[in-house]
Design a protein around this ligand. Sequence first.
Ligand SMILES: C[S@@+](CC[C@H](N)C(=O)[O-])C[C@H]1O[C@@H](n2cnc3c(N)ncnc32)[C@H](O)[C@@H]1O
Length: 201
Amino acid sequence: MEITKEAIRAGFDKYLCDKGSQHDYTLMYHETFKELTGCARMLEIGVGAGRSALAWREILPSTELTFLEKTPYEGMLEEAKALNIVVGDSARASVVSALFRDAHPFDMIIDDGDHRPDFQFQTFLNFENRWTQAYVIEDIIGQENERLLRRRLKSHGYNNMRTYSSKLSNGSLRMNGKVETNVPFYAMVIFPNATEAPQPE
Ligand SMILES: C[S@@+](CC[C@H](N)C(=O)[O-])C[C@H]1O[C@@H](n2cnc3c(N)ncnc32)[C@H](O)[C@@H]1O
């Protein structure tokens, strides 16, 4: 499906979402949507003030949007409160299976919840078989963590992913007992493994 970079960026900017001017994940989403045959259902993990939730409603007006939030924020934008927000912790397998047991698989899932790699990987495992076309992990902090996630995904059988750099490089990270600052952010898109063309009989 084709969604122009301008339309994606305008949606982010309209709601002052940091995926626009701050991280600039516009190109990543533009290229990711191009790979999808359509996006009837999408889930985003992590709502915060509701800025990306409202941006997605603008960018994907025909998509059934679901959001998962562990701790709904009191100051959430009034407009966002009307969206389909499910309360729960994406990193707890029992919570995810109880909440999404009967849900149709999502075409795409975005994890913009807890940015620590153990939680990002656990969340990915909890949503395995619940997405069909793309799974996005936003805000991986530091190259080490990007490599760690890539290794874990590969050893779990996934081999079709792309990493994008965020425009922001002001993450902070505890490494070997000391806090590193000015650490770059990355985002990763995982696609289903490419299937080989069937051999002629
Ligand atoms: C970075 S903010 C989300 C921003 C929002 N997606 C946007 O772009 O406007 C992260 C949110 O994820 C939520 N969160 C953190 N860990 C979570 C988890 N394990 N499950 C669900 N939500 C989580 C936090 O409570 C917080 O509201």
